[in-house]
Design a protein around this ligand. Structure first.
Ligand SMILES: Cc1cc2nc3c(=O)[nH]c(=O)nc-3n(C[C@H](O)[C@H](O)[C@H](O)COP(=O)(O)OP(=O)(O)OC[C@H]3O[C@@H](n4cnc5c(N)ncnc54)[C@H](O)[C@@H]3O)c2cc1C
Length: 239
């Protein structure tokens, strides 16, 4: 078990933690084993949240670095603190020097592959991925972002802080998904006016609805769909 743990995961530690509003943490994780690793924006790392003790059980949670430095082996992740699971709790308790084990970086989605323009949909868990798009060769050019969020105000501060605020539409979640009509309108409008392709992330049921809406509207471009979480499910891995 110990050998398996050593071979399949990388020892890491927290180098930096910053509270970005009440519900977000910007966390830098450094791993010797990350030095020289290759990373493409959109790739994920998986953090072993508990069970790093040899007997496990292992609980892996997936996160998308918004930036990755192969020279220092450091991944920077914008972590959403939703408050319902061990990954979220880990982010609130992590401090400089907290050890952890990581898997990756490994492929999750490829934002550069849908040729521009494209529409990117997601929620708070997708901010880190959206920010990572800055590191693609075309940066944010010709990308429209639509996010469903719990707090428009807090999210606005976050996206502006990371320099993607001007291309972002934030829509406040409402009970029974009453806001979803607006989400569909925004995504379809972005799609019709500028976007030939789409990248759908975030809540699984939202992705399903948008996927159907785009198909019904005759969308023929490339669609990349990566569910990040679903109510009642634990630790989605994105495929
Ligand atoms: C490829 C990939 C990349 C990801 N990148 C990021 C990232 O960069 N930053 C980030 O913050 N997250 C990211 N996520 C999402 C994150 O992995 C999930 O939110 C995960 O469930 C968190 O683990 P947890 O232990 O906190 O909750 P879990 O134990 O996995 O889930 C427990 C319960 O919490 C609830 N829950 C989970 N997520 C949310 C949420 N967002 N809002 C409300 N309730 C929720 C669900 O009801 C679930 O049943 C990514 C996911 C994938 C698959």
């Amino acid at each position: 078990m110990s050998l398996l743990l050593d071979l399949s995961t990388r020892e890491a530690e927290v180098r930096h933690v910053e509270e970005v509003g009440a519900h977000f943490r910007l966390i830098s994780l450094a791993a010797e084993g990350f030095r020289g690793a290759s990373w493409t924006p959109g790739d994920m790392v998986q953090v072993i949240i508990s069970g790093a003790a040899l007997l496990g059980p292992w609980e892996l949670r997936s996160y998308t670095p918004l930036a990755f430095e192969p020279d220092t082996g450091t991944a920077r992740i914008l972590w959403y603190v939703h408050g319902n699971g061990p990954g979220s709790h880990w982010a609130t308790s992590a401090g400089v020097g907290t050890p952890c084990r990581l898997v990756g970086p490994r492929h999750a989605l490829s934002p550069p592959k849908p040729e521009r323009p494209f529409v990117f949909f997601g929620d708070e868990t997708s901010f880190s991925t959206a920010i990572a798009i800055r590191a693609t060769p075309s940066s944010r050019r010709d990308v429209r972002f639509v996010f469903e969020v719990n707090s428009v105000e807090e999210s606005r501060t976050v996206v502006e802080r990371f320099g993607i605020g001007d291309a972002v539409k934030l829509i406040s979640r409402e009970e029974d998904d009453r806001h979803f009509g607006e989400v569909e309108r925004e995504v379809l409008e972005a799609y019709r006016s500028v976007a030939a392709h789409s990248v759908l992330t975030g809540k699984a049921s939202s992705i399903q609805r948008l996927y159907k809406a785009l198909r019904a509207a005759g969308a023929s471009g490339r669609q990349v769909n990566v569910p990040y979480w679903a109510p009642g499910k634990k630790g989605l891995k994105g495929h």
